[in-house]
Design a protein around this ligand. Sequence first.
Ligand code: MSP
Length: 677
Amino acid sequence: MDSKFYITTPIYYVNAQPHIGHAYTTIVCDTIARRQRMLGKDTYFLTGTDEHGFKIERAAQARGITPQQLADEVSGAFKATWDRMEITYNDFIRTTEPRHKTRVQHLFKVLCEKGFIYKGSYKGQYCVQDELYVDSAGPGEPCPVCGNPTETVSEDNYFFKLSAFEDKLLKHYNENPTFIQPDTRRNEVIAFVKSGLRDLSISRSTFKWGIPVPDDPQQVIYVWFDALANYITALGWGDSDAKQSEKFDRYWPADVQMVGKEIVRFHCVYWPAILMAAGLPLPSRIMAHGWLLFEESKMSKSRGNIVRPDTILQVLGADAMRYFLLREVVFGQDGSFSFDALVQRFNADLANDLGNLASRTLTMIGRYFKGEVPYPQAKAALTQADHAIADLATKTIAETNRLFDEYQFSKALETAWGLIGAVNKYIVENEPWTLGDKADGESRSRLGTILYTSAEALRIVTALAYPVIPQSAEKIWTQLGLGDVRKVRLDKLKWGQLEVGTKLGKVEPVFPRADKSAIERMQKLEEENKPAAAPAADQPAGTGARAGQPATQAVAPPSAPTSAPAAGEKITIDDFAKVELRVAQIKVAERVKGADKLLRLEVDLGYEQRQILAGIAKAYEPEQLVGRKIVIVANLAPRKMRGLESNGMLLAASLGEEGKPVLASFLEDVPLGARLK
Ligand code: MSP
């Protein structure tokens, strides 16, 4: 094997459990990796977890565990999920592993020696959510990537001379038009670089959770510098033992580095500049995909709108998820996920189209030809319909391969399914079952032709679909009596390779149809996996206040206390101490579609950012609220409203009959997270 293929996923942050947004990236890469292996390439597929940085330190703090404990737990969850999904990664790197840390330090030293790193001081804005320096924002202004307010940081840091690479990067983009794909992302990156590059701060001294800067342990290496390096440290680059870097020599530069569209700049600007500075070759291609949306917004932990891969695995299996994501989402664009659409696709394309083709064809070969692939008629005796299927199959192989090569997964599958549709129609029109009981030679040979044609088309479609639906394709392949589907060479796939006399394996249904209860089961699994929620009630703010009487109360999601003391009854200080009231700042505020009273807020508690829903949309415009400091009940059990999770509630006075909310606030400046007692 003389050609290699190296593909990487981004490495996943360990502040959130895996959801199907993460799974999407991994599935796309796994599909590409499986396909490249079937094209005869020596393929290496890398994934892993990104475990350092302030965000992780803070998330661990909020849970009262060490960052390492958090990293071990969540990294383990990612790996276990990929294993349950049978993802064929060759290596899973963790940035807290010694092999990674020492090699990152080596990279840092190399760049220092080459004069690309210097010490300076930085004062500016930083986005903790994206771990991103935002030069364009002023104090308090939002991050252009995620919209959260940036924080002002001021410290002595090490800087990477990014500005020295402006022209070199532009030249590289120019000379390698497919380096960044799709073109929309390429254009954005070019515009960004043309607008001027400033040197990049690549160390932090305000927290500890990171790889120490060599010879300056007061500083830790900036998490993106650390994380990006994984793509070469995992291959052994930067090790003092030369034997360790054999993989690097074999596989680097990467053929495809897959990223979500929000991290294009890191991969298309910083990463190539770091590689140029180190004198290393650049990856052939950075490929950006869109977001998976759920309930109309990006699936993410902070929004609380996630679906876990395990839910789908348990009810419909990995192939259903893989097929849905690749068929339904136009690669490169955003796409929506819903349980309804998932089940609909599963039933229509897998259970009906492919499942029926396989079961009819194989069952009839079993019944009429004792489970052995029959002879087709001589070429001269073939009908136009037989020829049409063979021709279509030949075209389908070429077209599907081309579309897969161009990462047009949805169209590739649509094309392959076009052949399935045509063969199912061919079977219905040719009615092989009417020939089954006839013993005359002509009927037998006609029957043999129809079933050979169907089985051969099934074989071709199964091989083409294998990278997307590997578990089902393997089952169909075994039922066809063909051994190991992974050994098929997709570049050599041709009509007529199915050998007459092949003995079928045991024929069983591959895709049992999903009924309505599948959706309910998945929804139930998601609900069960959420922390216990209080009953939801989308009431106006202030329903607890007596008409005309001002009251201070918690505002939406309106609480539904079941054991509230009777009027006039006193509570003890211990009762009050149970309620954790804290100062938080509103970072994001937006209306919730379909709920005219509700706002979705992202609030910062200093140690943690979270989403809460508040029934104050009639009293406040979202824009008025961003930046305001408020009081929230921080230890309220989460609850779901309109599909969104609310983690706490804010306090407001409730005025008049309508219960108009007025937010509780302070005259003095108070730090975020301060407790009210
Ligand atoms: N740790 C960084 C990447 C460092 S790579 C050197 C990071 N991690 S992440 O966990 O936040 O996201 C990793 C990837 O997960 C994203 O680039 C994207 O590919 C994928 N996705 C996370 N949420 C997603 C959706 N809702 N939809 C699609 N992909 C999503 O960024």
